[in-house]
Design a protein around this ligand. Structure first.
Ligand SMILES: Cc1cc2nc3c(=O)[nH]c(=O)nc-3n(C[C@H](O)[C@H](O)[C@H](O)COP(=O)(O)OP(=O)(O)OC[C@H]3O[C@@H](n4cnc5c(N)ncnc54)[C@H](O)[C@@H]3O)c2cc1C
Length: 406
């Protein structure tokens, strides 16, 4: 881990004073032993929020932190969803990110997002619906802007003369998901969390229906509760306790350039098929919004159905094509060299919504699996902690319970 340990806890101290423990947290939690499966951004955030409350947290990661979907994520922090409730949950999390970003050196780029179209339509399909979403426009503005305003926001962006309308979402942000996960994990560790990797949870042990331990490849760990935040692997453990988690296979491919001079702090989305951001260290991260074109070797057909290593030459081909599209939109990026191409698999529940809550079949087993986990990590960390420590359900999580599929 690259994080300097001593610098992580900015202004929040290394322990939590008894007087700051919120009223919903019943009693002292220093004897409650909670395990977390997974050191992605969701497990990391839950570990931090629990550890801050004085819980004995053990985080088990079978590989290394942020090595799953988190590593391959675009990591755009946003509220964009046609579902009113879900958009509100996301909005809460954007604000929770802003609070956490004041406390820890998470280095979020709060540059906002723009969407524009290069197809010959005066108002691209989608903008009106996005603007029309009634979740609080005052709290979370989405502004329809004209070409002049777009130029002012993104002076390096080239867009068609015919453009009449674009969308600006000023409160969105983006992060380096690996770095921010490492910061969350290091902060959790400084609050006392035990972070173990590589350690794979292979099974769960019960007496009656109460959890007694996690069985790992490094031994047996006695626990009172466990959170399954294993991303696309969560169904493996969930199935062992009688819950069939319906995840869809949902791959995505992103090109990462070598660092170049900063040219934008926006998340830039061309609706006909380009998604771009630039990290604070100058690296461009970009994708085609739709899937890459099929390759003559047919590799995409297979990747769309199952996990597969993409041959390096084909990955390079895609990466270079994506960077050339970035250069068309942002000519200042011309010449940026491809560093790597990452293919990630989204933990994507069948209905697109998070799966969060205890399992009916095993009440000490709690699952937290979702797409948009980068956006949602801070609020999920808060709400899951509240539910695990108070026995009082968080109303905001009600639509996302695991048993909704049954
Ligand atoms: C291509 C792509 C683009 C995305 N873009 C965005 C975006 O722009 N904005 C956004 O908000 N979200 C985005 N997402 C989604 C987001 O990245 C994920 O929702 C989020 O990273 C999930 O985090 P996680 O911690 O749940 O899972 P993961 O990051 O997959 O972490 C799970 C971890 O659990 C570990 N694990 C699994 N099983 C075990 C076990 N038995 N024992 C121990 N460890 C185990 C794995 O090794 C892994 O490290 C994107 C995802 C992808 C793939």
């Amino acid at each position: 881990m690259n994080i300097k340990r001593r610098s992580i806890l900015r202004g929040i101290g290394t322990g939590i004073a008894a007087s700051t423990i919120p009223s919903w947290a019943s009693g002292s939690h220093d004897s409650t032993r909670i395990g977390i499966v997974g050191g992605g951004i969701i497990g990391a955030s839950i570990a931090l929020h629990l550890a801050r409350m004085g819980v004995q947290v053990t985080l088990f990661e079978k590989s290394r932190p942020a090595s799953g979907a988190t590593m391959n994520s675009f990591a755009w922090i946003n509220t964009t969803s046609p579902d009113e409730h879900y958009a509100s949950l996301r909005m809460q999390s954007v604000f929770a990110w802003r609070t956490l970003d004041q406390q820890l050196p998470l280095n979020v780029t709060w540059g906002g997002a723009v969407m524009w179209s290069d197809v010959d339509k005066p108002v691209f399909a989608g903008i009106q619906e996005l603007v029309g979403l009634s979740h609080n426009q005052a709290a979370y503005p989405k502004n329809v802007i004209d070409a002049q305003q777009l130029s002012a926001l993104a002076p390096n962006l080239v867009f068609p003369n015919s453009l009449e309308t674009a969308l600006h979402i000023p409160l969105d942000g983006h992060v380096d998901p690996v770095y921010s996960t490492e910061v969350l994990i290091e902060a959790a560790r400084q609050y006392g969390a035990n972070v173990l990797y590589p350690t794979e949870v292979e099974d769960l042990e019960f007496e009656e229906d109460r959890l007694t331990a996690a069985i790992t490849n490094q031994g047996r760990f006695e626990l009172d509760k466990i959170v399954l935040a294993g991303g696309t692997d969560t169904p493996i453990l969930a199935e062992k306790v009688g819950y069939e988690m319906p995840l869809l296979h949902n791959p995505g491919l992103f090109a990462h350039s070598k660092p170049i001079e900063p040219f934008t702090n926006l998340v830039a989305l061309k609706t006909s098929g380009l998604t771009v951001k630039q990290l604070q260290n100058g690296i461009i991260v970009a994708a085609e919004s739709d899937a890459p074109p099929e390759h003559e070797q047919g590799v995409h057909t297979v990747i769309r159905q199952q996990r597969l290593e993409m041959p390096e030459a084909i990955a390079q081909e895609h990466g270079n094509r994506i960077l050339s599209q970035v250069a068309e939109a942002f000519p200042v990026s011309q010449g940026a060299e491809l560093d790597k191409v990452l293919i990630g698999y989204r933990p994507y529940p069948r209905d697109g919504m998070p799966i969060v809550g205890s399992l009916d079949s095993a009440p000490d087993v709690y699952v937290a699996t979702m797409h948009s986990g980068v956006t949602l990590a801070p609020i999920i960390g808060q709400y899951v902690t509240r539910e695990l420590l108070s026995d009082r359900p968080v109303a905001m999580l009600e639509p996302y319970r695991p048993n909704r599929f049954q």
